[in-house]
Design a protein around this ligand. Structure first.
Ligand SMILES: Cc1cc2nc3c(=O)[nH]c(=O)nc-3n(C[C@H](O)[C@H](O)[C@H](O)COP(=O)(O)OP(=O)(O)OC[C@H]3O[C@@H](n4cnc5c(N)ncnc54)[C@H](O)[C@@H]3O)c2cc1C
Length: 640
């Protein structure tokens, strides 16, 4: 077992790279993983230590003895300034007006350019831009519920606001632009004279960002860009894209004004089912000139630092959009469920349908809770990487489940009619599981962020010793191994004993209805125990853990679910609508069932179907005013 390989990492190799190589990975894979690891550390450098991942609510909840309850409580959003409130209201009115008049979409189903311009006049595109540049500087905690509202009218426009303001050019300019760059770009991005997108994905680089090939080479006052991007939303001539490309072998971001197609720039067109009301194209560049002043130079890191910052915001927006999309589904589902009779009875009276309604309400409230909590954290200055990842995964997966399991099934065959909310939007409901990072890939990234510091503190010293000894596995009967490993193993042993027997504390919960208090307590205890569970997997799989993707994914989801449960219970405790509190109770019970893999009890069925009935009877504030749509193919006009 003792392979006596030379143990000094080659020059420039990080420990992560060296350990991966030791675990049998190729030099190339180790180098690429190390590069992503370095990029992640550079993003951390962008934040004061209090706001970094290792100080984040989730990290502290799992690894610290004192539970940071205050960081899970969040606060209601501030009241926006009067002009910002008017801009939001006016934007909603414009979209509502166009929907009513049938003037939102052209003959190809794309949003009319005049609608973009009108929204620009209302201030829509400047909601996240600083006031100094003509915007409204909305906090995330105000912007996200607004996006939810916009989604209940027209999801694509809400999505584009996030593409523009979060992942597109606005966020990187705020965080990393020079005063000259801000002065040049932000006013036109605020007014909507230009709207923006984000170009990262390439034909050969989606999940694997180390495979980026698009390059820019400095030539006088310009960079010459060559390469191809794929799946870029809102990418048509006249838009500005934040383009991630390699410059001197480092990923960087150039702000690129897309011209009409010419010899140096072409669109790659394809048919895409999702985002069908906006544009999504590939981009081909051949020595395409971009002014060198359009390079964003972050204080720390590189282009991936820029990308990650905006993606966090975009990921919360995915959750906020899902909360809106599911409201629309629920509002649409109720009149149909009351109308449709089978075996002489309305389907809304059936338990299975009531359960779907109750579960849908639970998912809506949980998404509201995550969106509200994450945006509050971002407003506080937290990096929020792990928290926003949960919002993205939970939001997109909930919307997928709601669309297929709850909405489609209830509408039966009519779901597939042209003009039906499901049939017309099924790809819109599924695509968020993929864009801004596919869920399971993100789940693994979440897990890596969770274990990084623990691994560095306790496992890295053991790994380094093994490396010095030139072995993959220790032989504790070998006195040399034992002596060399003793200090590092003792440190870890002390941590383990402390975890098992040491005291833990958590401040008292705020006043909550009994069921929600029990859920919150359950989640806190589970999170406090998860450090040991995760550490156990690290101990068991050691350097092979990176390959045990199914285990990482499972552990990741267990932690994610408990965070969602805690945040949902605490959020609902602040709400006055008893139906919101019951919906949160159902969402939490569903999460417990997923965790324990137990059969649902009769009490659970009673709770969820009673909630479904109450919502069908009316009065669920979360869907007040949400358009119901028409019942398609009515067969008996007398049934109400
Ligand atoms: C509607 C839509 C809009 C989009 N808008 C944009 C945009 O505006 N800008 C932009 O830059 N991109 C955009 N994208 C691209 C999107 O972000 C990518 O599709 C996504 O990141 C996944 O990349 P990929 O498609 O290349 O998947 P791939 O990298 O081909 O991966 C496919 C799947 O393989 C599996 N997989 C891959 N690697 C691993 C691994 N190491 N271990 C285990 N499993 C693995 C995962 O399940 C993964 O999802 C958009 C995509 C869509 C569908």
């Amino acid at each position: 077992m003792a392979s006596q390989a030379p143990m000094k990492p080659p020059d420039g190799q990080t420990f992560v790279e060296a350990s991966l190589e030791l675990s049998g990975k190729s030099r190339e894979e180790s180098r690429r993983t190390g590069a992503m690891d370095r990029a992640d550390e550079q993003v951390e450098g962008f934040f004061a230590s209090k706001y970094q991942t290792s100080s984040s609510p989730i990290h502290r909840a799992v690894w610290e003895r004192d539970f940071p309850l205050d960081l899970f409580l969040s606060e209601p959003p501030p009241t926006p300034a009067a002009d910002a409130a008017r801009a939001m209201q006016r934007s909603l009115d414009i979209v509502r007006g166009h929907l009513a008049a049938g003037t939102l979409l052209d003959e190809r189903g794309k949003i009319f350019p005049t609608v973009f311009a009108e929204l620009g006049t209302a201030g829509y595109w400047g909601l996240l831009v600083d006031r100094a540049y003509g915007g409204h500087d909305l906090p995330m905690s105000v912007f996200m519920p607004f996006l939810t509202k916009m989604t209940t009218l027209f999801g694509t426009l809400a999505g584009l606001a996030s593409v523009h303001g979060c992942v597109g050019a606005v966020d990187p300019l705020h965080g990393m632009g020079t005063p000259a760059q801000k002065a040049k770009f932000l006013p036109m991005l605020a007014s909507g004279e230009r709207i923006s997108g984000f170009a990262l994905t390439e034909p050969g680089a989606g999940s694997d960002l180390t495979a980026l090939k698009t390059r820019a080479v400095l030539n006088g006052d310009h960079y010459l860009v060559t390469g191809e991007k794929l799946f870029i939303t809102n990418a048509i001539p006249g838009r500005i894209v934040a383009l991630v490309c390699m410059i001197d072998d480092r990923p960087e971001v150039l702000l690129v004004d897309l011209p009409e197609e010419n010899e140096q720039f072409q669109l790659v067109r394809y048919g895409l089912y999702a985002l069908k009301h906006s544009y999504n194209n590939g981009l081909k560049f051949h020595s395409f000139p971009v002014p060198k002043d359009n390079l964003l130079k972050p204080q720390f890191g590189n282009g991936l630092t820029v990308a990650y910052h905006g993606l966090n915001r975009g990921r919360v927006a995915v959750c906020a959009n899902a909360a809106g999309g599911m409201r629309l589904m629920l509002a649409n589902m109720l009149p149909w469920a009351r109308y449709r009779k089978t075996y002489g009875e309305q389907i809304v009276k059936r338990e299975l349908v009531r359960r779907r309604i109750g579960r849908m309400a639970g998912l809506i409230v949980a998404c509201d809770a995550l969106s509200s909590w994450c945006s509050w954290l971002l407003d506080q200055g937290y990096r929020g990487e792990m928290e926003c990842t949960i919002a993205k995964i939970f939001g997109s997966e909930s919307q997928k489940e709601a669309a297929v399991e709850l909405f489609m099934k209830t509408h039966g065959g009519r779901s597939f009619l042209h003009g039906h909310l499901f049939g017309d939007n099924v790809h819109e409901y599924l695509a968020p599981c993929i864009y801004e990072g596919e869920g399971e890939m993100l789940g693994m990234a979440f897990f890596k962020s969770l274990v990084k510091q623990h691994g560095k503190t306790y496992f890295e010293p053991i790994g380094r010793t093994l490396k010095d000894l030139g072995v993959r596995q220790p032989n504790l009967l070998n006195p040399v191994h034992l002596t060399k490993l003793a200090p590092a193993m003792t440190t870890y042993g002390k941590w383990l004993v402390g975890e098992k027997f040491g005291p833990r504390s958590c401040p008292a919960l705020p006043e909550l209805p009994t069921a929600l208090a029990e859920h919150a307590q359950y989640a806190i205890t589970a999170l406090q125990q998860s450090g040991r569970e995760v550490s156990g997997a690290m101990r068991k799989h050691q350097l092979q853990l990176a390959d045990r993707q199914c285990r990482m994914s499972d552990l990741s989801l267990r932690v994610q679910d408990m965070v969602t449960m805690l945040v949902t219970a605490l959020y609902a405790g602040r709400q006055t609508d008893p139906l919101v509190q019951s919906a949160a109770d159902v969402a939490c019970q569903d999460l417990v069932l997923r965790r324990t893999k137990k059969r649902p009890s009769d009490a659970y069925f009673r709770t969820v179907t009673r909630l479904g009935q109450q919502i069908a009877d009316g009065g669920f504030e979360a869907i007040a005013g949400v358009p119901e749509g028409e019942i398609m193919m009515q067969y008996d006009a007398n049934v109400s």
